[in-house]
Design a protein around this ligand. Sequence first.
Ligand SMILES: [Fe+2]
Length: 379
Amino acid sequence: MIRIPVSELKPGMKVAYPVLREDGSVLLNRGVVLTEAYIQKLRELGFQSIFVEHELFEDIAVSEPLRVETRKRVQRILHDTVRRLRRGGGVSYREVLQVLEEVLDEILTNPTTVFYLVQMQSRNDLIFHHSVNVAVLSLLVGKCLNLSRLQLRKLGLGALLHDLGKVRLPEDLLVKEQNLTEDERNLVRMHPVWSKEMIQRNPDYDFLASVIALQHHERLDGSGYPYGLSGEEIHFLSRICACADVYDALTVDRPYRKRFSYAEALEYLMGNASRLFDLQVVTTMVRHIAPYPVGETVRLTTGEIAVVVRLNEGLPIRPVVRVIRDPNGQPLEKPRDLDLMKELTVAIVGTAEVTWEVPQKRSFVFFGGGTGHDSDSGE
Ligand SMILES: [Fe+2]
């Protein structure tokens, strides 16, 4: 399977990994053959890319740190929680903690040391996919940092609930295309405080989880919000959540900027390590998160276009790739695999965009000019 931008999907392509709605229900299941109506729906809902089957990459399997079934359950519980909060209720901690234990079990027993997120994000879903991603990333980082299960539980809870306060913001504000006014910006900057209040609405709340939610937009140099805390005033677990939040938020299109590639999001964190973000957390992320996940189309230093087919443990920046086009953009008759851990003179330059076509027969061909990924500046 390969990951293809929604703008490149064609009727006849087959879904290779389930696409979930914000409430965790399945929008498109594995094996569904895309129609124009399905593609239109994906566009409407703001999805950016999905995994489709491809005969050149039948042997590629992606593996998310969280099973689809578990993710579905977490998103459903989060969705129910938001409904309850909107009616003035509180968080049902028994339910949330129960599913969090399952998430923890999966993450702690996962033997891989290089990971990436698979679940397709929609730019219109600012809470559900994002919150699960931030929780999973935070827990993976926490695991790599040898945090105790108790600490991980608190970290996971805070990360999962960190953006709940957004439900109090007017919906049009979250998707506004123009620059925010001063008043609007001040309102958005209240959401960590509201998240904390919502977490604390139920007397069974966990204090540290509410601190994580409150501090997830604070930055080491004091430039964050809501209180402009700096250095040691920001709890270590809040710093993990902050990095996971920024990483995930940057990789989604926003009305005011194009999405960052996964590599660019890591670059952004690295470029601001020690100043905005905790150096130890950023270093851990760079060591363990794949900048070019499985299924990603990339350009090599040779000018060739390739697709990442397998990750190398210990060296996420040098995966095994399958070269599909020569430096002149011509499809190779026989694609070949290149292990960048062994081929040290070749490296990945960045992500690439390729136009994919569905011909009349079963096989796919690709044509058109692959372009270097055009990125945006940091936020
Ligand atoms: Fe936030």
